[in-house]
Design a protein around this ligand. Sequence first.
Ligand code: ASP
Length: 350
Amino acid sequence: MAALLTLFLSACASVVEPPAPRWSIVVHGGAGVIERTNLTPELEAQYRAAMQRALTTGGGVLERGGSSLDAVEAVIREMEDDPLFNAGRGAVFTAEGKNELDASIMDGRTRAAGSVAGLTRTRHPISAARAVMERSRHVMLIGEGAEAFARSQDLEQVEPSYFFTERRWRQLEENLRRNNLPIPQRPAGAPPAPRAELTYPDDHQFGTVGVVAFDAAGNIAAGTSTGGTTGKRWGRVGDAPIIGAGTYAQNGVCGVSATGTGEFFIRVGVARAICARMEFNGESAQAAADNVIAEVGATTNASGAAGDGGVIVLDGRGGHAWAMNTSGMYRAFLQDGGEPEVYIFADEEE
Ligand code: ASP
């Protein structure tokens, strides 16, 4: 009898879920080949501080009772201004030497969404994406038209050279040399090339930013912003501005933001696939994230390369998960009353 009672009690305990946080926020700053050997202690400290700042900004909005959409937008705007990240200022360059910026945002309450691709003059692409969602009848705008819309909404415009950073320019030069492509002129308005040979220990192209937030009203929002991939050509657009690939949010189910080689994330429909597994299969956020990242890794392109990248996820009650098949992903999590968690390397939490 006692044994039966113990069995009954432990069965009950295993189905009791942990109490939902009042609010929570999860942030990424890009996934890729991030190894201890190619990140100097100074740069590592800068990234950790930036991720911590993101939590402080987003947590502040949510603690004051702000909406998840406001938290997502506020954090991404700050990261778009930070040259460490491949979004807004500090974005990677196209083969023609331009910064073409993509972003998207989704409101889990109504599944309203907005996105922009190929912006070159709007300082905060995430705000342009939000304006598309809230002030147009459309979901996705691209190029000149998207820019004209952003201007019409009084969103801050800047000279294209505002987005220029020496670090990303060097990455472009290396990329074009490797691919035997011509190196374009430095963009008009960019500072003159420094005479001293600069070294950038972390020379890989990552730093897309993404945020998923859960607010005190139970609403989930997700957003993603990127400059795409170094040396991109022909108006290439990745997954970040594609709803269902790079970004998804649905109240009571999930919120997702992805980072990685966008072509694979589009083909797998990553963000929506994670939410669908949670909604229809009853998978946990962690199981769904792991399963879909495994699918990405099992997908190859014409050159035989496999998909690489990572995701951050919140479940319908604000619990978080993340998954990656790269050696690192800048990632951070905070919930009300909790301690901030900031990680870079894939093996850091073991
Ligand atoms: N997913 C982005 C893209 O393909 C790049 C990244 O996340 O690093 O445009």
